[in-house]
Design a protein around this ligand. Structure first.
Ligand SMILES: [Zn+2]
Length: 132
């Protein structure tokens, strides 16, 4: 299987050390980089692939990304179907977090602008003193 120019082998799911994440491998393919054997395993969503031929992959540094994907896109978690209400709450939280971050960025930009104006005025005043 070739994705973004990289050859992958579809392998058996890796052994589960702690348990509790094996279900994610039922829902996804486990891809191993053919050339770079040290590369992290990649999880690819089976549902996205079979339904829409959309390839959704997540590096398996943590299974968390795949779990979030299954929950938000397919309403599935380790216990099976997730009530849509729960998913909506999850999405809402994500949207709120995003809005908060955006607001924080705006505040910072504003602060920086004020600071810049201050410095500029100070500089103009200083230059004025020097040249007058
Ligand atoms: Zn998917």
């Amino acid at each position: 299987m070739k994705l973004k120019g990289i050859e992958y082998d579809v392998i058996e799911k890796p052994p589960n050390k702690r348990g509790g994440t094996s279900w994610i491998w039922e829902e996804g393919y486990c891809l191993k980089n053919r050339l770079d054997t040290d590369a992290k395993l990649t999880w690819m969503c089976k549902r996205c692939y079979t339904k829409n031929r959309v390839i959704r992959t997540h590096l398996m540094t943590t299974t968390n990304n795949s779990i979030v994907h299954m929950k938000q896109k397919h309403f599935i978690d380790k216990n099976g179907a997730v009530p849509r209400r729960d998913v909506r709450i999850l999405q809402q939280q994500a949207a709120e977090q995003q809005a908060k971050t955006a607001a924080a960025v705006r505040t910072w930009t504003k602060l920086d602008l004020t600071r810049f104006q201050e410095l500029l005025i100070r500089w103009i005043v200083m230059m004025h003193i020097t040249f007058s």
